[in-house]
Design a protein around this ligand. Structure first.
Ligand SMILES: [Zn+2]
Length: 175
């Protein structure tokens, strides 16, 4: 059955959803949400969590409420923030760590930052296993999406760059 459009409108209003992110590997359906700060048109982000992760992540910001309407896997985050904020979140949460770049790079120009990340990750791929192993296969996907994100940022499309990093983030959960 298709998702009820009235439900989507009630939950999200007319807002675009620049990022549907998977930030945890957990097979359990979420029963609770934590919501980010109010952005004027709704919460900046909504994180869906199962009971175990609700308890395991007590330091996550945002009040805890019941997950209404949508049945999503634990670890799903609906991220409504502006593309620049979403890119900064990616840099802070995983991209800087994986690429070895200083987190302060996210204060710079995004086409530069993503270009540097792409180069570092590509070099790592060249040095490592290119076979079918988790390391080689997972890293190939991340490098591909980082390259796409860089290309979008150079073209001035930060919305698309943020979408590419959402996919790379899911692949990066293997590391
Ligand atoms: Zn969970």
């Amino acid at each position: 059955m298709p998702l009820d459009q009235n439900l989507l409108r009630r939950l999200f209003g007319d807002r675009d959803l620049p990022g549907l992110r998977i930030v945890l590997v957990c097979p359990v359906t979420a029963t609770a949400v934590r919501q980010g700060p109010e952005s004027g048109t709704g919460p900046a982000w909504i994180a869906y969590l199962c009971p175990a992760h609700t308890l395991a992540l007590p330091a996550w910001p945002g009040p805890l409420t019941h997950s209404a309407g949508l049945h999503l896997p634990c670890g799903t985050v609906l991220d409504f923030r502006a593309p620049e904020e979403l890119l900064r979140s990616h840099a802070d949460l995983w991209l800087s760590k994986l690429s070895g770049l200083s987190p302060e790079v996210s204060d710079g120009d995004w086409s530069d930052v993503l270009g540097q990340a792409y180069e570092v990750l590509s070099a790592r791929l060249d040095e490592g296993d290119k076979g079918d192993g988790v390391e080689g296969g997972g890293l190939s996907g991340i490098v591909t999406m980082a390259g796409m994100a860089h290309r979008s940022a150079v073209a001035g499309n930060l919305f698309q760059a943020a979408l590419s990093l959402c996919l790379a983030e899911t692949l990066a959960l293997r590391f």
